[in-house]
Design a protein around this ligand. Sequence first.
Ligand code: G3P
Ligand code: CA
Length: 291
Amino acid sequence: MHARAVAATTTALLGTAALLLPSSDVRAADDGERPTVIAHRGASAYAPENTLAAVDTAARLGIQWVENDVQRTKDGKLVVIHDDSLQRTTDVEQVFPSRAPWKVKDFTAAEIARLDAGSWFGPSYAGTHVPTLEQYVHRVDRNHQKLLLEIKNPTLYPGIEQQTLKVLSNEGWLDSGHLASRLIVQSFSADSVRTVHQLKPGVKTGLLGTPSVADLPALAQFTDQINPSHTTITTGYVATVHAFDGAHGKPLEVFAWTVNSAETARQVAGYGVDGLISNKPDVVRDATGGS
Ligand code: G3P
Ligand code: CA
């Protein structure tokens, strides 16, 4: 730990207390740099999550970064969907009534392509589909956007890290331009993040969750970000994370989720986070001056 880390750790020890400070004691959002704003599952308050419509809605709102969730079908195709079941965000119960519990891993890509992933959200989205990862990154690229890709439930899908990197490579997402500023791969699984880093060290990575300060030196060997729920952090915790250099020799960053109101956005930006992941990215951007 270097000198900056020592000072920050002292601050971190006050972490819980910092949560109790009145708002005037929390660093104002306009004191520091504006946070990056990331559209969570696309602009998912306004369009069905993890669909191309949600990507396009974020683009229309002027949001550069989108977040998604990647899982694998029965026949080995990568698709973009959050839950490990198709039940909540598609009409799978109607189309395949005898296939409960409708797990993503138990359906082929062709079967999933038949499903409506938009009507649950609103009738104007009827006919929207679960995108493949190829379709998804093609649309993000077409929109000149950037991608925070989450490898979801990796223990269900052995080898998904290598497969995800292969698709990204095939689609041109591992060239120097994308690696420099347009791609971050994250997961709740430290093993998965470590695997991505080992397979392709040039890829910027993020670990979801709020690890203990004691674990940060080891995690910083293979991740560039610590991405916690906004409800779990304080100014002190963020400062402590920043005090460690990540896998690419720059201070670890913090992207906090899921921040959906202007008031919460200003509060969490005041903690000094680098990014805010939001279902309403326009609201968060306008509240914080972020981009
Ligand atoms: O990117 C942060 C966030 O997506 C993590 O939670 O459950 O929405 O994937 P979840
Ligand atoms: Ca996610």
